[in-house]
Write a protein of this length. Structure first.
Length: 263
């Protein structure tokens, strides 16, 4: 008897057509927009530039996350089906609409930084680190909702707990509890956001170029690294490694964060 287990069997769509995962993405971008709007107003930056920033970040997030999944996690499949990389369809074994179900946060990070470099240099005319310090708050907040979307999809699941505690994912047709790693990660990102928010609005950290970004990178990817110990491997042929793909990709990003804190 799983006394402490929660049977998790939510609908994947609201009103039958609006997928909760997509809704969480929209909420993440909406909250990020409001945070940056407050920052732009406080620092007397033209709000017209904010619309361009949102457009760049949305495009870079989706494209970077998609390509990150393709190259970091599922190249064996997509190397044989390159036509499916940028299309929300599968053609094998039969044609069907899938949406962009495969998205990787490490790829999103690369895409976002590339788009922010262009925006900072040619539109905002500020150093890249100036923008990264501010956007860090929005990404940490957005990560909270993206992981909740993963929970609604019953994906990125944890290891079995082998106890009465955990989530029983009925979508996977299981009857035993697993670690709700989506919630672990979401809560971790919420703490990261709270720390960054305090640093930005209650201290002089934003005057030290790169400090907030360094703290953000160090904490965010440390949360990811730690939670990965409780996750099922996302790439089967690497399941026997001491560290999984998500952890290996997180280590250099943590090092980059520490570098900027010291710098």
């Amino acid at each position: 008897m799983n006394v402490l287990a929660i049977t998790w069997d939510p609908p994947i769509a609201l009103f039958g057509f609006l997928r909760f995962y997509s809704l969480m993405f929209v909420i993440a971008f909406a909250i990020g927009f409001q945070i940056m709007k407050r920052i732009f107003i406080a620092e007397k930056i033209e709000l017209e530039k904010l619309d361009k920033l949102l457009m760049y970040v949305v495009f870079a997030t989706v494209l970077g996350a998609r390509l990150g999944h393709v190259f970091f996690y599922d190249w064996a499949y997509f190397s044989q089906h390159p036509e499916e990389i940028l299309l929300p369809f599968k053609f094998q074994p039969t044609f069907r609409f899938t949406g962009f179900a495969g998205l990787a946060s490490h790829g999103a990070a690369i895409g976002i930084i590339a788009s922010l470099w262009y925006f900072a240099k040619y539109i905002l005319k500020q150093p890249l680190l100036y923008l990264l310090d501010r956007v860090s708050l929005t990404i940490a907040a957005g990560g909270v909702f993206v992981r909740l979307g993963n929970l609604m999809n019953s994906e990125i699941i944890g290891h079995p707990t082998h106890t009465d505690y955990g989530f029983i994912f009925k979508a996977l047709r299981e009857d035993f509890p697993r670690h709700p790693t989506q919630l672990y990660e979401s809560f971790g990102y919420l703490i990261v956001f709270a720390i960054l928010f305090y640093m930005f609005w209650r201290t002089n950290a934003k005057e030290k170029l790169g400090l907030i970004f360094g703290v953000f990178f160090t904490l965010l990817w440390s949360v990811r690294f730690a939670v990965e110990f409780f996750k099922e491997a996302q790439v089967d042929d690497r399941a026997s490694w001491a560290l999984n793909t998500g952890q290996i990709l997180s280590i250099p990003l943590i090092v980059i964060g520490v570098y900027f804190i010291i710098k």
